[in-house]
Write a protein that binds this ligand. Structure first.
Ligand code: ARG
Length: 431
């Protein structure tokens, strides 16, 4: 066998595919398999997974609770960046992969392995994320993906293969969807969801109630941020993991966080994805609202472009790239004044911002008010508009912008019909 005696570290979920892969890598290639499982917030029983890996033929099974690392080093930076892929997807799966890849690389080094493996198929983004992350962190390692080629088993064949080796197989019918989840969200695809016209069946949702069945009365919450990171809920300080868990439960109860999206995969396929991400939706909305209060107009404009770029790079598996390092430095700098509170109302599928306050707020009541205490210099507006409009007036004159030939450009009627005038318009024209 080609790899007899070589060691291979496999990213192991405890599911059927990766359990079969443990045995397959050993029996077909002669690998000594070490499994690695990271809990990013939704693994129920790490010890059970560890036992199952060993049962499946692993030499060693490493399990790790990496929830707070996930939140501090992956989720919060992405939130600060405002990273929403194609303006909606909060990137839960995409953010989890580089951390799992890092665990693989660490374990490979500990074990002196030259090979790492994952259970991704050849059609999705996840294979790209694993492969690129491993390539960036440890170019000397070789990545093996049995599901991308080689293993080629149908589900029935996998079940028979597992049974023959005493590996526990799922007793329930196969979930008709492909689901991945972590603290930041749940991703659901395939099955009947592949018909983009069909509304998602109710049974795909597990974290959110149907907005129809959510409480009739709204719930108000206050989220406190420090430098772009959520630090409190309703005035009580909270650690990241607990805060996200709490918000997932709370907002999910109010039907908040469902996303139904046609998205562009890196491999060129458009796919229909459903996400449940109550905490992510609430926190992105709140974070953005706070930035609106404390950041200058130009910064907000520019940061929106950076956010799109950042989301793309995360989605495309370039977490461990220099480009990310550079964008992250910019994002971090933008967050120095993003401290304050956002008041939100959760109601039947919506999370609406209803209040905001910050010690660094650029909102000035005395400038904004139409009431008493107005300090804005109304007279100065005239001079400002004169200068602001100078190039437009100049161009209109010199190029006859709205003359007989050019008016059609915007299809404006030559004369707006039906205009009635009672008196001759007064007022001087401006030079
Ligand atoms: N489309 C999402 C992404 O590329 C989610 C993928 C979920 N993976 C899965 N095996 N269901 O990030």
């Amino acid at each position: 066998m080609k790899y007899q005696g070589e060691r291979c570290v496999l990213a192991y979920s405890g599911g059927l595919d990766t359990s079969v892969a443990v045995a397959w890598l050993r029996e077909t290639h002669g690998f000594e398999v070490v499994t690695v499982t990271g809990d990013l917030g939704t693994v129920k029983d790490l010890d059970a997974i560890q036992r199952k890996a060993l049962k499946s033929g692993a030499k060693r099974a490493v399990v790790q609770d990496v929830r707070s690392i996930f939140v501090d080093y992956f989720v919060w930076p992405a939130l600060q960046a405002g990273a929403l892929y194609e303006e909606r997807y909060p990137l839960a799966t995409a953010l989890g992969r580089p951390l799992l890849a890092k665990l693989l690389v660490d374990a490979a080094r500990d074990e002196g392995a030259r090979y790492v493996a994952h259970g991704c198929t050849g059609k999705g983004n996840d294979q790209v994320r694993f492969d690129l992350a491993v390539g960036a962190l440890a170019p000397e390692l070789t990545v093996i993906a049995p599901m991308r080629g080689g293993m080629n088993m149908t589900r029935e064949e996998e079940i028979d293969y597992a049974k023959a080796r005493g590996i526990e197989v799922p007793t329930t019918k196969k979930n008709p969807y492909s689901v991945d989840m972590n603290l930041w969200g749940r991703s659901i695809e395939a099955g009947v969801l592949e018909d983009p016209w069909g509304a998602p069946p109710r049974d795909i949702y597990e974290w959110t109630v149907d907005p129809d069945e959510a409480p009739a009365k709204p719930l108000e919450i206050v989220i406190g941020f420090k430098e772009g990171i959520p630090v409190s809920l309703n005035g009580a300080k909270m650690e990241g993991v607990a805060l996200i868990e709490r918000l997932n439960a709370l907002a999910g109860k109010y039907g908040v966080g469902r996303i139904d999206q046609i998205e562009n995969r890196l491999v060129g396929i458009k796919s229909r994805e459903i996400y449940e991400a109550p905490a992510a939706v609430v926190l992105h909305t709140a974070h953005r609202a706070l930035e609106d209060m404390v950041m200058a107009k130009e910064s907000l404009r520019f940061k929106a472009k950076v956010a799109a770029e950042y989301a793309d790079l995360v989605y495309n598996g370039l977490w461990f790239s220099a480009h990310h390092q550079d964008l992250a430095a910019y994002v971090r700098s933008t967050q120095r004044f993003v401290t304050g509170d956002i008041r939100m109302r959760l109601h039947r599928g919506n999370a609406t911002v209803v209040g905001r306050r910050s010690e660094h707020s650029l909102y000035s009541m005395s400038l904004a008010t139409y009431g008493k205490g107005d300090t804005f210099d109304h007279k100065a507006a005239e001079g400002f508009i004169g200068v602001f409009g100078l190039p437009l007036r100049n161009q209109s004159r010199t190029q006859a912008l709205w003359g007989p030939d050019t008016a059609a450009l915007l299809d404006v009627p030559k004369k707006v019909a039906g205009a009635k005038s009672t008196a001759k318009p007064k007022g001087k024209s401006r030079k």
